[in-house]
Design a protein. Structure first.
Length: 277
């Protein structure tokens, strides 16, 4: 495992800040969605049989003005809490695997409400072609409406909120933290595509933990270094962790699941989140 800790240095910023305009607007959601057209990208995504374990949480609906309701899977602590972890699923949708991940993270964090947000309005993929269809067909405006509906249900003050996502959801975890403004204290991105708009990154209140596999052909060292530089320009902090693993290495339902790397990564995430809550 390699770790890079980025802190904001004013002297360095004085050199880099002039490059802001070159970065503005780059890497939109469509850039990540286009990866679905690549056969080698699709082949890196496999879905094994779901665990026989049953999820412990509940489904909740959120009203959206002039549109259909949004939904999310929630696992609550035994005692009421103003601590929240928002989870964002991969391109498969909010399937049983993500629900069980929500269960696990609530058990680990204990006092935290874990909310896995459904970005696909109930649709699920069981094969790569359907996953590609869902990811590429996902409407960004609708997803922002879903995120806003969840955020609007949370306390406006005295709240500690973090976001975490994998792959397609990794990018949305970052966008959700930006959307949440000062309520978000941290973001965890597992091999997700960061935005390149420095003005947008400057709006994020907390820092970011960015995790990727060194064998990943898409969310790779170049992506990590670009994100690192963009965060410096935005006067923000990002911690980068890389592992000797491939894309989707932390997904236990994937044939590319790397138990050793996933265990180490999750331990780092738990340490990071415990520090934030």
């Amino acid at each position: 495992m390699k770790a890079i800790l980025t802190t904001v240095v004013v002297l360095l910023l004085s050199v880099l800040i002039g490059c802001d305009s070159a970065n503005k607007g780059r890497t939109k959601s469509s850039d990540f969605k286009s990866l679905g057209d690549q056969e080698n990208f699709r082949s890196k995504h496999t879905l094994s049989e779901a665990s026989k374990e049953e999820p412990k949480g509940e489904w909740v609906k959120y009203s959206i003005s002039n549109d259909k309701d949004a939904s999310a899977y929630i696992v609550r602590p035994q005692k009421a809490s103003n601590q929240y972890l928002l989870l964002f699923h991969e391109w498969w949708g909010l399937n049983k695997n993500i629900q069980l991940e929500a269960d696990k993270w609530q058990e680990k964090l204990k006092k935290v409400n874990v909310i896995a947000i459904d970005l696909y309005d109930g649709e699920l993929a069981k094969d790569r072609e359907k996953a590609k269809e869902l990811m590429q067909g996902a409407d960004e405006e609708r997803i922002y409406s879903i995120i806003d509906a969840v955020l609007n249900s949370l306390p406006k003050q005295n709240i500690q909120m973090c976001t975490m996502g994998w792959c397609f959801g990794g990018g949305w975890a970052l966008k959700a933290s930006i959307r949440a403004e000062e309520r978000s204290v941290a973001t965890v991105m597992f091999y997700g595509m960061p935005i390149r708009d420095v003005d947008e990154l400057a709006k994020i209140a907390g820092d970011v933990l960015f995790i990727y596999g060194e064998k990943d052909a898409w969310i790779n060292q170049e992506v990590a270094e670009n994100f690192q530089n963009d965060m410096i320009k935005a006067y923000k902090e990002v911690n980068i962790l890389s592992f000797d693993a491939d894309h989707a290495f932390a997904n236990p339902s994937s044939e590319h699941f790397d138990e050793k790397a996933a265990s180490k990564a999750n331990a780092e995430v738990l340490r990071y989140l415990n520090y934030k809550y």
